[in-house]
Design a protein around this ligand. Structure first.
Ligand SMILES: NC(=O)c1ccc[n+]([C@@H]2O[C@H](COP(=O)([O-])OP(=O)(O)OC[C@H]3O[C@@H](n4cnc5c(N)ncnc54)[C@H](O)[C@@H]3O)[C@@H](O)[C@H]2O)c1
Length: 334
């Protein structure tokens, strides 16, 4: 049996608690220590999972050869740089930063230090999407003609999170933009429309509903629809049409159970990303450990995260200007 990679985790909110549980129970990873800006939160999670909790990020870095970061987005880059400079491998939630130059500096710091930097685009590890990707990349679909993906939260996150989320496109749509690049290829044009169905979003200059149209370098077209508050449940689905076949990953259900009445059938729905992508959140951490152990590059590294961020920035610009935005697909640090 190979040793489990000790990983020290910073940020114990919505996402951090999912990572904490998965690290604690992992087969290729183990939770070495936890830290949160709120020491009470760190203490309670540490006690619950029976791991040390530390008061500072510097102490956390000392606790393991690898760190996982699920603090608010605006704090990621500084923590990545500190960890990389200490020679620690880094798993970090998306996006790396809300500022491109800051994100580039963090990616460069990881590359210079020679450590693994993996970013939390979990759908790349979700078994449903992985099977579709393998078959698409093997050419079984023929030429891809149409990409369609949907990401809708059941309820919006709390206002404190929204105030620092970086806005809808960088926080939500960025997941779909990464999936678009992964499944279909480079995007050359982005057109975005957005709306605030809930006035609370308009008040903070944000939106809660968006449609994004993509043109890919290979000629395929794409459409993304996103919502912060679908209300009926959490939905994440993707479809890729090709000249030979169509791949479709649909929304999932909690149970294989349906209640039927005359002329109607009803089924339960999932309510959040933790339920829908349970296996993906486990698999991304196991893949991170594999990269650290094998020296193989992370499946979704800093450069891939930057490319998705650039597309989110293009969507934001298109939404603000009402015009399509051309993207150079450079996928690099410059
Ligand atoms: N991949 C996904 O599916 C997914 C889902 C949700 C959130 N996220 C990402 O995860 C990150 C966290 O989001 P969240 O919803 O868990 O936020 P959250 O507000 O629920 O939790 C953030 C936690 O970090 C702590 N914190 C704040 N500043 C810190 C610092 N400097 N050092 C240590 N701890 C600090 C807070 O006290 C809080 O406990 C964001 O970057 C977000 O984009 C990813």
């Amino acid at each position: 049996m190979t040793a489990r990679l000790p990983v020290a985790l910073a940020g114990l909110g919505r996402m951090g608690r999912i990572h904490a549980a998965n690290l604690a129970r992992g087969s290729a990873v183990r939770l070495a220590a936890v830290h949160d800006a709120d020491p009470e939160v760190a203490r309670s999670v540490g006690e619950e999972l029976d791991v040390p909790w530390v008061a500072t990020f510097d102490d956390l870095i000392d606790a393991a050869p690898a760190v996982a970061i699920s603090t608010p987005t605006g704090t990621h880059a500084e923590l990545i740089v500190a960890a990389a400079e200490a020679g620690k491998h880094v798993f970090c939630e998306k996006p790396i930063s809300l500022d491109r130059a800051t994100a580039v500096a963090a990616v460069e710091a990881a590359e210079k230090a020679g450590v693994v930097l993996q970013v939390g685009f979990h759908r790349r590890f979700d078994p449903d999407w992985v099977v579709a990707a393998e078959r698409i990349h093997a050419g079984e679909l023929g030429e891809v003609t149409l990409f369609r993906t949907t990401l809708r939260d059941m309820n919006p996150p709390n206002p404190a999170f929204l105030a620092h989320s970086g806005g809808f496109f960088a926080d939500v749509t960025v997941h779909d933009l990464d999936v678009a690049r992964w499944l279909v290829g480079e995007v050359v044009e982005v057109t975005a429309h957005g709306a605030a169905s809930d006035p609370a979003f308009a008040e903070i200059g944000d939106i809660d509903t968006a449609v994004v149209v993509l043109r890919f370098a290979n000629g395929a077209l794409g459409v993304i629809d996103n919502s912060r508050s679908a209300r009926y449940g959490y939905e994440c689905s993707t479809e890729v049409m090709g000249t030979l076949a169509t791949a479709r990953v649909d929304g999932a259900h909690r149970h294989n159970y349906e209640w039927r009445t005359p002329g109607w059938a009803s089924r339960d729905l999932l309510s959040n990303f933790g339920e829908r992508h349970r296996l993906a959140y486990i698999a991304e951490l196991e893949a991170f450990a594999h990269s650290v152990g094998s020296g193989e590059p992370a499946k979704v590294d800093g450069r891939a995260a930057l490319a998705a961020f650039d597309l989110a920035a293009a969507a934001e610009r298109s939404y603000r200007t009402g015009l399509p935005v051309t993207v150079d697909g450079r996928n690099g640090l410059s």
